[in-house]
Design a protein around this ligand. Sequence first.
Ligand SMILES: [Zn+2]
Length: 375
Amino acid sequence: MLKRKIELFKLLGFSVSLDVSWGIILFLVVWSLAKGAFPAYYPNLSPQTYWIMGVAGALGLFVSIVIHEFSHSMAARKYGMDIKGITLFVFGGVAEMKDEPKTPKIEFIMAIAGPITSLFLSLLFGGLYQAASAVYAPVPIVAVLGYLGAINLILAIFNMIPAFPTDGGRVLRAILWRIKGDILWATRTASRISVFFAMFIIFMGFISIIQGNVIGGIWRILIGSFLFSVANSSYQSLMIKQSFAGQSVKDYMKIDLIAVPSHIMLQEFVDEYLYRYHHKMFPVTKEGKISGLITLNALKLIPQEKWREMQVIEIMQKATKDNTLPMTMSIHEAMLTMNESGMGRMLVEENGNIVGIITLKDLMEFFALKIQLEP
Ligand SMILES: [Zn+2]
C-alpha cells in the first residue's frame, strides 16, 4: 500500500505528520511567493532574496498550520478525547481523533478553536508587521510578516467555510446536531451543504480563469476539488463510525466455522471446500485446533498440477497478530486494521484461541442495509 504520510516529529505527546500532498503545496507556495506576490508588492529585490523570502513564508505558513492543529488537539484533550496525531494536508491539517465528540458542545468548541487561533496569529503577525514597518526593518522581514498576517486571516476564513470536514463544516454540524439532537441527520445535512460549497468554489475558480486571473482560478479549483473529495469520504467514514458505534468484533464475527484440516491435499481442499462453500478464506485446523488460515489467493499462486502433491499446511498462514483480531476490538478499529493491511478477512481470537472470523464484506453489507433503512 502507498504510504500517504510521513511522520515529522512528536510534540506534547502528539505526533505530527505530513501528507504527501504537502510536498506539492510547499513547492507551489514557495514558487508563487517568490515569483508572484513578493516581487509584485516589494519590487527591486534580487531573485535570491525573493526565493529566501518564499521559503521563509512557506515555513511560517507551516508553523501556523501546526499551531492551528494543536489548538484543536488541546481542546480535544481538555474534554478527554484521544488524539492520535496531526496530519497536514493541502490547506490545513487534520487532527486524527479516535472517537467522535460526544456532545454538540464539545464538537463546537473543538472545531472553533482552530479558526480562533488562526485569527489570533493573524493579529499577532499583523502587529509585528506594523511594528517592523514603523522601525524601518529590512524589507524582506516586513514582507514575510505581512504575508503571515494575511495568510493566517485567510486560513481563519477558509477554515470557517461550511464545507465538511473543515472546521466550519464541523461547527455547522455541531449546530445542526444541537438543533435536532440527531447526529446522523446533522452529518448528512452538513455534508450535503459541503458538497454544494465545494462545487461553488470550483465554479468560482472557472469564473476567475475566464476573467484572466489564472493563478487565483487554479487555486480555487484545487481547493474546491479537494473539499469535494474529502466531503464525500469523510461523510462516509463518519456514517460508518456512527453506525458501528459501541460495537465490537464479537458482534459481527462468524462462529459456525468451516475449517479445513491442515493435512489434506490442496486438490481435496478445492473439491471439498472451495467449490462447495465458495469462501475466499478458510480457517485451518491442526490437531483439532484452529491454528491458521488458507486463502484463495495463496492457492492461486500454486500451479494446478501440484495440487495433488501439496498439503494445505504448506501454503497456510499461521495465525499471527497480522491476520487475527481480538474479539473485543471495536468495529471501527477493526475496519481500519483491515483497510490498512488490505485483508478483507481475518481470524478472531479470544484468550489466544481462534473463535471466529470476520469479513469486511459482511460489515459493508450490514452498513448498506442500515443506510437503506434510515433514509
Ligand atoms: Zn482547523
